[in-house]
Design a protein around this ligand. Structure first.
Ligand SMILES: Nc1ncnc2c1ncn2[C@@H]1O[C@H](COP(=O)(O)OP(=O)(O)OP(=O)(O)O)[C@@H](O)[C@H]1O
Length: 244
């Protein structure tokens, strides 16, 4: 059974149809890229999956459960985690405390009240900082990080609660070439424990890390399949690749 199944998603904003019958299937431990021209509906599709938008029509099933109407918090509890273009890092807090907060958001009020969490979560916080090559800066404020490092901190925060599915909307936006390369390296190991849906304009980046690729155009799925298959599709080349 697939981890995520979106079926026939339609999203209408006033007179504009942003999604027009989009399907998306994500397997366990699959890295899936989402590309398409500006305004083709990529972010809207991500938001319908994450619960930031409710589809006008269609269904979203996650881990065998219909979550079409579920709140973002319910989806998070079910194992979905996301990082959108807008930052959620608290710049005045240390890197350590940013990750601790991300973990505590998933912890029960009882455990928080009993102050059990800080010690228990210490190892997890340090492991995430280590994995994202930020451990030397654990006690610096997040505002001291470069743009790329802030993105890595955010990805670490999204991964800290050990989600089954991570949603990333343009995580490499504004990064240098070297930072993009490192981002790919940092993401690869998480495939062993979760699936990823990633919106990206950088096709080389998608090619390096994704198993499958979906191309959206005007709210519809133009093509989906292996990266190689999708890239060789003449309609995709016509609509997307020549514009990129
Ligand atoms: N909340 C909203 N209200 C009205 N229109 C919206 C809203 N969100 C998105 N749209 C419109 O829906 C269409 C799809 O937008 P969306 O952001 O999903 O595209 P995208 O493929 O992510 O684009 P980009 O690559 O530029 O980020 C666009 O025409 C956009 O203006």
């Amino acid at each position: 059974m697939a981890l995520l199944e979106a079926r026939g998603l339609i999203k209408i904003f006033g007179k504009l149809t942003a999604l027009n019958g989009a399907d998306l299937t994500i397997a366990h431990n699959e890295f899936h890229g989402l590309i398409g021209p500006n305004g083709s509906g990529k972010s809207t599709l991500m938001k319908c999956i994450a619960g930031a938008e409710t589809p006008t029509q269609g269904t979203v099933t996650f881990a065998g459960r219909d979550i079409t109407q579920a709140s973002p918090a319910e989806r998070a509890r079910a194992g979905m985690s996301l990082k959108f273009q807008i930052t959620s890092v608290l710049p005045a807090l240390t890197l350590y405390d940013n990750i601790l907060l991300a973990l505590q958001a998933q912890t029960s009020l009882l455990n928080l009240a009993l102050s059990r969490t800080r010690g228990v979560l210490h190892d997890k916080v340090m492991a995430m900082l280590e994995q994202f090559r930020l451990v030397d800066r654990a006690h610096e404020p997040a505002s001291a990080l470069s743009h790329g490092q802030q993105q890595w901190l955010e990805i670490a925060m999204a991964l800290a609660p050990e989600p089954k599915l991570l949603l990333l909307d343009e995580p490499t936006g504004g990064m240098s070439l070297e930072e993009r390369r490192v981002t790919g390296e940092l993401l690869q190991p998480i495939k062993a424990r979760c699936s990823l849906v990633i919106v990206e304009h950088d096709l080389d980046f998608i090619r390096d890390i994704c198993d499958r690729l979906t191309v959206l155009d005007q709210g519809q799925i133009l093509q989906t399949g292996s990266v190689q298959h999708v890239q060789s599709c003449p309609r995709v080349q016509e609509v997307y690749l020549r514009r990129a």
